[in-house]
Design a protein around this ligand. Structure first.
Ligand SMILES: [Zn+2]
Ligand SMILES: [Zn+2]
Length: 394
């Protein structure tokens, strides 16, 4: 009996007004690979295509990376799939082609949502379905020339492919949590930070991220590069070099979403089953937090998807985690609020982190601890005691 599994996860984030950032991962029983690129929203042209193998079979596979640049300048409108098969699939590798096609689909879904958001500014009442119907002929072609050949219909996000435009410019709930006095007398750590090159989508080095964290007055940062394990020595050396608290954690991709792990240093690749991760982390006395648990869920608004804090609390994810990230810098205010309501409802402790991929967003959110943290051990102890809360820092 053979058992074969394949999963694809695609994440689309909005970098700025003009640009989307796409990160895809394909993981099956044999191969595991990642793809990352940027897309111009107005014309769907992609650039900065990067990839890496996490697991492969033949010595030929690594060479596929060199051919990914063939996709530079591709316009990801519907109908591009054949061209992707012909170039990336043949010259590079069919697995990268397969993942690229999935990413292209996610990009198109995301752009539909962005166009709908724009339409709502003129007509706040318009629902997504109405927008897609009205849009059939005119406005889409104008606002997004790349979309004109596409069949306009609402395809609801599938499990492996959730369009999730992240509104990084969204208004933060500074009223409740942004009180600057909340920072005073507290030990504030950005618990969710990515660095380059450890995270393929990050653009600033670990040194730059630490310098910025120090400059803005944080007391420490926690490196949470995706499925990447920093050595204790490397992190110690960084702490000494910058005279600043640098801690290591990890962000692990599971079938139920991203999980931040603390006190756990096994190098896991691809997509891990949450149940397995929980067991592994518990075995070494670690702590796991559901990262941005509603990212992309509430793009339509909670009412549209019928999600209430009560129904959200029933998600299997929350049966496994020790805590919930309720302030994440890459999601909307509604999505953070839902995470907060769920954490409060379930009595789970809450953390905050920027999820920064470059220095401009380090420390937008962080976690304020009641006591001084000076080591991985004291961080872990504090996390378990629950003496902390998420804060708006920057
Ligand atoms: Zn994440
Ligand atoms: Zn992250």
């Amino acid at each position: 009996m053979f058992d074969f599994m394949r999963n694809k996860v695609v994440d689309v984030a909005r970098l700025d007004r003009e640009t989307l950032e796409v990160h895809g991962i394909l993981d099956d029983s044999i191969y595991s690979l990642e793809l990352c690129f940027k897309v111009n929203i107005s014309d769907l042209i992609c650039s900065g295509v990067k990839g890496r193998w996490l697991r492969w079979t033949t010595p030929e596979c690594p060479r596929a990376i060199d051919f990914l640049h063939e996709a530079e300048g591709f316009c990801l409108k519907a109908g591009i799939d054949n061209k992707i098969h012909k170039t990336i699939g043949r010259k590079s590798c069919r697995h990268f082609a397969n993942l690229f096609i999935e990413c292209g689909h996610a990009v198109r879904e995301t752009v539909k949502l962005l166009n709908w958001e724009a339409a709502q500014k003129e007509n706040p009442e318009i629902t997504f379905k109405q927008f897609m119907r009205n849009d059939e002929t005119a406005s889409m072609a104008e606002s997004s020339p790349g979309m004109d050949n596409e069949k306009k219909e609402l395809s609801s996000p599938s499990g492996t492919n959730k369009p999730s435009p992240k509104k990084t410019e969204h208004k933060r709930n500074a009223g409740s949590l942004g009180n600057p006095s909340a920072k005073k007398g507290k030990f504030v750590i950005d618990m969710h930070v990515h660095t380059s090159p450890a995270s393929p989508c990050a653009s600033d080095s670990v040194d730059a991220m630490i310098q910025e964290a120090r400059r803005i007055g944080l007391q420490g940062i926690c490196l949470t590069d995706h499925n990447y394990v920093w050595s204790a020595e490397a992190v110690q050396a960084l702490s000494e070099k910058h005279d600043f608290l640098v801690l290591r954690a990890n962000e692990i991709i599971t079938e139920q979403g991203d999980i931040l792990t603390f006190g756990f240093y096994e190098n896991l690749q691809g997509i891990t089953r949450l149940a397995d991760l929980k067991k592994k982390v518990a075995d070494v006395g670690g702590f796991i937090v559901a990262a941005h648990p509603f990212r992309g869920f509430l793009t339509f608004g909670a009412d549209d998807v019928g999600l209430t804090p009560d129904s959200a609390m029933a998600r299997e994810l929350f049966k496994w985690v020790d805590g919930v990230e309720t302030l994440n810098g890459k999601v909307t205010e509604t999505e953070n609020n839902m995470a907060r309501d769920v954490a409060n409802g379930l009595g789970l402790p809450s953390t905050g982190g920027s999820d920064a991929h470059d220095i401009s967003t380090v420390g937008v959110y962080a976690t304020a601890f009641d006591e001084v943290i000076d080591s991985e051990a004291s961080l872990l102890a504090a996390l378990k005691q629950g003496k902390y809360h998420p804060v708006v820092f920057r």
